[in-house]
Design a binder for this molecule. Structure first.
Ligand code: SF4
Ligand code: SF4
Length: 132
């Protein structure tokens, strides 16, 4: 079933931005600490900013610029970024399929190294990190 996209811990310090290039609405953001700004690009690394948001100080302090963030108000649940061949580390889940680590949990993505962990923290983080 299609759902909002949630980026989880496997993205930390990987951040290769493959998901950015497939998102049709530029709702996957990177944090620029120098400008204290979340920004998105249509093409990762192009330097052409599409959208910006202010970060929430407490939420952005958790992982800072080590991970990307999906703006859940802008995500259209198009499913493009969580197709199995996009994220090299299996970090992206559909919201309904974020594993909580319990025996009855949704399945982990095949490439996700963090099996056995509760990933649902990242659902709330995705909501909290955008201040506007
Ligand atoms: S494709 Fe995966 S690892 Fe790469 S930036 Fe997106 S979520 Fe992070
Ligand atoms: S599901 Fe679609 S709209 Fe949402 S972040 Fe992924 S690519 Fe972008």
């Amino acid at each position: 079933m299609a759902g909002l996209a949630i980026i989880t811990e496997a993205c930390i310090d990987v951040k290769d931005r493959a998901c950015v290039d497939v998102c049709p609405v530029q709702c996957i953001y990177e944090f620029d600490p120098a400008k204290n700004l979340l920004f998105s690009e249509a093409e990762a690394g192009s330097g052409v900013t599409e959208n910006t948001h202010a970060p929430s100080p407490d939420a952005i302090a958790v992982f800072g610029d080590s991970i990307l963030y999906v703006n859940l108000d802008e995500c259209t649940s198009c499913t493009a970024c969580y197709q199995p061949d996009v994220c090299p580390v299996g970090a992206i889940y559909s919201e309904e399929h974020v594993p909580d680590g319990s025996p009855t949990s949704a399945k982990y993505n095949a490439e996700d190294q963090n099996k056995g962990h509760d990933h649902t923290f990242f659902i709330q983080l995705s909501r909290d990190v955008f201040a506007d």
